[in-house]
Design a binder for this molecule. Sequence first.
Ligand SMILES: Nc1ncnc2c1ncn2[C@@H]1O[C@H](COP(=O)(O)OP(=O)(O)O)[C@@H](O)[C@H]1O
Ligand SMILES: [Mg+2]
Length: 300
Amino acid sequence: MSILNVENVSHDFGGRTILENASFRLLNGEHIGLVGANGEGKSTFLNIITGKLAPDSGKIEWCKRITTGYLDQHTVLKPGQTIYEVLQDAFKYYYDLEQEMLSMYEQMADCDDKTMNKLMEEVGEIQEILDHGGFYTIDVKIKEVAGGLGLNDIGLDKPVDALSGGQRSKVLLTKLLLENPMILILDEPTAGLDPQGTSEMMSLFKKINDLGKTIILVTHDMNHVLQYCDEVVVMNHGRVEKHDSVTNIFKDSKYLNSLGIDLPIITDFILKLNNHGFNIDSSINNIDQLILAIGGEING
Ligand SMILES: Nc1ncnc2c1ncn2[C@@H]1O[C@H](COP(=O)(O)OP(=O)(O)O)[C@@H](O)[C@H]1O
Ligand SMILES: [Mg+2]
């Protein structure tokens, strides 16, 4: 099912065309790697589909009631807050409702019968939303998801100001996961992380995509695209120039090189082997499979 349709979107910055008739379709459950050279308009495109920026022309149609969550390296944490408070913000909607309910209780102390009945009814409705939405188990949920990303070890009462860049990224990602939007839009989310943090985060994205979450990920690292994504969207000269499976995209190394995009190390290695008489499946995306395939060629 298509959940986003973008048709002929164009956008200029100061008279310079950044996007020109970009069109794109997002299907439910896809894990897209959005790639392209620096300055080709990837971030601008994401800002437009998330509504942060209005296009000069074109159409963006999201399926009804879709929720999106966005993360990039510029997302900031409010200084002074603890990790726990930042994570609680993921449930702001419910905390606001609770406040509304409490102020209704205060009004009840001094009101006429008619108002009382109306307030009782509204309080009941809010109470049901809170019960249903897991409001009273927020603490458990926060600790569970935070634990999964290693934040409990840092201590949830630690002020975010004292965190390293990698730890901040984890806090922001944890908050995003707690908000549980239907679509994750990630603009170079691992920028600034060390290799271990990066691969942990990438594996997590893959895991939640496997559970059905739709993901659009901008990355410069084609090894990540090969290992974690299903589909690739290539932006070039302000257009969505290609949208194809990872396997098909990485078959065309000449095209990618012309855009300044390197092949994933594994794919590049397979090409070289095949140029030397091997006949290895170029869609292989991990070392174990590659070793097996080489073994098969050598022995067979
Ligand atoms: N707010 C802005 N004002 C003017 N130019 C901008 C603005 N944002 C981006 N640009 C320019 O638009 C082009 C595309 O930027 P961007 O979408 O960030 O590319 P990418 O994410 O692919 O690197 C770049 O040349 C950039 O300098
Ligand atoms: Mg960018």
